[in-house]
Design a protein around this ligand. Sequence first.
Ligand code: NG6
Ligand code: CA
Length: 513
Amino acid sequence: MSNLISRFTVLGLALVFAMLGVLEAAQAAKPNVLLIYTDDVGYGDVSCYGATRVQTPNVDRLAREGLRFTDAHCSSATCTPSRYSLLTGRYAWRKKGTGVARGDAPLIIDPDRTTLADVFQRAGYRTGVVGKWHLGLGKAPVDFNGELKPGPLELGFDYAFLMPATGDRVPCVYVENYRVVNLDPNDPIRVSFGKPIGNEPTGRDHPELLKMHPSHGHDQTIINGISRIGYMTGGKRARWKDEEMADTFVEKALAFLRSCREQNKPFFLYFSTHDIHVPRVPHPRFSGSTPMGPRGDCLVQMDWCVGKLLEALDEWGIANDTLVIFSSDNGPVVDDGYRDQSVERLGDHRPAGPWRGGKYSIFEGGTRVPFIVRWPGQVRPGVSNALVSQVDLMASLASLLEVDLAPGEGPDSENVLPALLGQSRQGRDYLVEHARGIALREGSWKYIPPRRGPKVNRNVNIELGNAPQGQLYWLDQDPGERRNLIQQYPERANAMAGKLRYFQEAPRANPAE
Ligand code: NG6
Ligand code: CA
């Protein structure tokens, strides 16, 4: 009898534990997701990836408490295509018109296409985007005085507070949901890329009015003492102050997170910094915090933003229920158009770390970026060399949220969730890298097809990777892509060229071995 009772007790307890386990798993399966997406931050730009002339304690904390990837990639070596892929799970090079977008570009993503934000909405999340957008807004011709529609709200976001394009492009105003913030209807905004409009001074004609001078391009309308790409008139009251931008984005992000808490909903926040893109104009409290000038100081400011968000998660006791992903939209650039001391004061800092090239480049420096995943209690801290790409976030997070993707949704996105959570060191077998042209990674091999074009972008002093002959590198032995092995391994190169062509034609299919 007592035997029977104890058997029941054991069974009962087992049942209770099993149920608790299920509950825990269910809870663990629906974390908040905070995606921190920085701009132009290179592999070697943060101290947990080896930087010494700048310290990024908050990013380092993420690395210490999470999983730091050494072979993670943005989808492209510039912003717009990387963001297109991040949000759609589709390689941007499949679609025309996904190059660096103008300030007055209409929305580039078709609202019918399923996005990462849609996936979260399907799972019952509240979704927000705060910061740099650079994927176009509204319909052509874009009128910044009216409703900017369609935009992120048609792509699965419940809330948006945006810098429409880049810091160096007009219009220099914020957009909240459908409208320019603080716009005076009696002072309408007009912008032009190409033909000058209005009679406001330009950097070209009035360099004496500038607090930051261009090194190349960037010499059109002067806003806040800085000449930009493009002409702008009107919207005076709505214009941003570059120095306040990081504070503004943090404030709006925290307000969004608070609204999610009030509504008792899990959140997905795509927090997209302007730092460290040009023009690099940090808040005065960060000026001089590194020996590297504004480029270093903006890294510190970016790190401060990360710290503010982590602090809020701690304060609200939700750090363990929040999956944080930290990354960047493309590789680093030093002089990207302004004379901001970044070249003179670089010292021995290596923005791309050990990788060759940088922003705009098909070499590894173009797309191999910092990538950290933190989820306390779920992701074991460490370092992973799994090959993963930001294009994979859609399928991987859909899998985490148990949202089924229909065929055609996120067509290039691979479910690498086990790698992201550190349960496996196996990521992708293949990855198509993209700058102007495309290249293929297969394990630690890299094949770059022959491509005409300049070897170096002289303005920014970055090797682009164009060459009349194909290039084959073995990154395990030669991380700096210095020894072209195409003569030694012509068969491997041919096979990889074939696979690359195959991927161009067949998204997500596995090429026959
Ligand atoms: C380039 C700009 C560069 C930067 C880049 C976009 C010139 C000469 N250069 O065309 O300064 O704005 O576009 O950067 O205009 S990205 O990170 O948004 O892709
Ligand atoms: Ca960028």
